[in-house]
Design a protein around this ligand. Sequence first.
Ligand code: ADP
Length: 474
Amino acid sequence: MVPARPSVLHSMQLRMAMGYGLVIAVLLVLLNTYPLLMTQNLMFRSQQTALENQAALVVNSLTTADELTAETLEQAIAPLDELDADRILVTDEAGLVLYDTGEAPAVGKYILTGDVVSALRGNDAFSSRFIGGAFQSRASAPVMTRGTVVGAVCLWQRDEGQGLLLGEIQRNLRLVSLVVGLVVLTIFAIFSTRLTSRVSTLLGGIRTVRAGEYTHRVSVTGHDELAQLADEFNQLTGRLQATEEERRRFVSDASHELKTPLASIRLMTDTILQDEAIDRETTREFVADIGESADRLIHISQELLALNRLDEARTSPRERVDVNARAEQTCRMLAPLAREAGVTVENDLGEDCVACCDPEDVSQIFRNLMENAIKYNVPGGAVTVSTRRAEDHVLLEVADTGMGIPAEDRERIFQRFYRVDKARSRAAGGTGLGLSIVQDTVRLHGGTIDVRPREGGGTVFSVSLPAWREEGTP
Ligand code: ADP
């Protein structure tokens, strides 16, 4: 089933844009509020200190006065140069205004606002608000004589300078936020477009390969995870291509192999049927040939089935296998073949060669390798079967003094149906599948197989199989 392309709502780019957009928005809101609040707070504190100091100055100037009257207050406060409050108001202990420098003086009236009441109770009070672009602050303090409250001082101040400064900071922050937002958006647009175009390249590649174009490779620039992904994908496609080529070659080789005996069966049956005068003896010969071709077909199909079983097998029975016993048994079995070919077979069996494997599979490995060593040998040649125990594996070697395998063919002889000398292989009843079966069997048991030229001519096949470990041995 073809997976649906992501809708705009589900696209990676949109999700990223939303995610980044949210983060940037939060950051910009913080940038616009936090410094402003901090500055406002600092200004508030400086207003408070300044106004409270002035209130303390007024209170100090009044401590010497015996009685709070309009005159004594005027005399005490007027000379104070340091005062720059917009309005100074002094009440008696009952809250009656005795002195007021405001535009509409409240002298003779009672003023009982919260801060004045608090001051008359003996506490300092301060409040400040930022309204209409200016700080409006108010500080109140009690006037004490011999430990008793005799009145309250209240100062007002409106500060537009600080307000202007705060407004300026706010405007600057907005400008900076705008520039930062635009820069971030531009960078994001560039990066995300680049990223999505690389992802699209990768996706396009995957779709092309899925359509069967195994030669296709994607090219994603860079060294990041996406480039690594593309690299892995290319390697995967390479393997797919190799498998596909192998499959095609196998189908073509198998058809070819089956075609030859089938064609000869067809030819011989046609001859028997068409030649009415054919004698009984010739017919018998033809039928015997047909039987041989049928045997060949059976042999090929048996080997193909064996390969198929090996392809499907994930595990195999693992037993304690005496490799030497299997080697000797195979030598005995192939003695007639060796005699017929004029080849001597020798043993060089080591100690403690016990493998963890399937006994029949070990025999099969020996049989295929030794049959080849005899088949591709020269009259008077020799085959040596040796076994040896290494640390955690058992080594099996089949060496021959035969014709050897050219270096360029050595890698390919394990491929299905690959033969170096086709005519000789066919004449000896070979199918070109024996070594593939050996290799698959060895791999199934977690072993390895190698081929190398023998010094002095010939070939050595060496197989390594996992050694049997008794329970409890490390
Ligand atoms: P076959 O049925 O043809 O023997 P194999 O898969 O067993 O198929 O071997 C593949 C090819 O490898 C053979 O056709 C032969 O050309 C070559 N070969 C295998 N073993 C030997 C050997 N011991 N010496 C020389 N050539 C060999």
